[in-house]
Design a protein around this ligand. Sequence first.
Ligand code: ZN
Ligand code: ZN
Length: 370
Amino acid sequence: MSETLLHKPCSTCGATLHYQPGASSLDCPYCGSQNEISTAAGELARFDLTSAMAGEREGELPPERRLSCPSCGGEAIMAPQVFAQSCDFCETVLIDQDTSLRRFEPQGLLPFGVDEDQARDRLRRWLKSLWFAPSSLAKLARPKHRLRGVYVPYWAFDASTQTDYRGQRGTVHRVSRRVQVTRNGKSQWVTRSQNVTRWRSVSGQVERDFEDFLIQADGGLEALSDRRFSSWDTGALEAYNPDYLQGYEARLYGMDLVAGWQAAAQAMEGVIRSDIRHDIGGDKQRINTLNTRYWNQRFTLVLLPIWFSEFSFGRKRYQVVINGRTGEVRGQRPVAWWKVLVAALLVLGLVGAALVIASQIEGLSLLPPI
Ligand SMILES: [Zn+2]
Ligand SMILES: [Zn+2]
């Protein structure tokens, strides 16, 4: 496909605009903004969420595509959710420039900071640290085991929030009570101390500003679905530059902006709830109602670097992901059931022995005769 159109995002909503060289401005089909043509540089572009969400929802991902390498002429098949990959023959990065694939293009990225050898080393250490893992698992982290370096799309949201809440603060008191008990067949009064929680109604307001709140937008990588990395150094985000894709695969988002914001708002509520608990104070907290107002909502789309490892063990396939900035490992793991069984038998044996000893001491027969 020939690429005669240039493309830049709408300065208001971030949608990809197409224009012919020579035009001086273009109307955004999504939010109606008139965009002057200018060369934006420096700061990562961020866009107004409200106007962007007013546009249409995005549909299906494009089908598999055929590309030819500009360097060697080799043919490549690009999977539906991929927009950049290396040529199989000469390793040139092949980028699908068709901007109609998705409405938004990445604005920023974190370049890979952990290389394949370092990632494999992290993987090896992780595999070694696993309890009850099959011994042959360590082989997986040998140099011939290739890892896949992938730039994964993430939505990054900014928002200011203010939340009114109603709830209750619980204070735990230690109280002494006289209770009647039976000892050696005799009834008597003793003093027992107990914890009692007293609840008091409270209400208040908390404020929180979110910055670069990340939501993984791929939607198609099973290994990432329930595995969050503990941190990403978003302060180091750089403006998107395709040069960084050299040698790696880069993916289109499968979760659109509306779904991304829904996920973000839900996750933000978790943070707000913990702010409220802190604000309520006391020993225990209950939140009855909360009402959050959002403003200054902005978003951008970024690519984050992740190493993927996939392996089969027995008949199952397992996936492990390694953060391409920090080396943090998250993954599925096989269990060597014979190791678990040996450990369980050992424990059972000890318990059994303890029971035998106990029964001899107490003169009771807990175990059936063998
Ligand atoms: Zn727009
Ligand atoms: Zn090539």
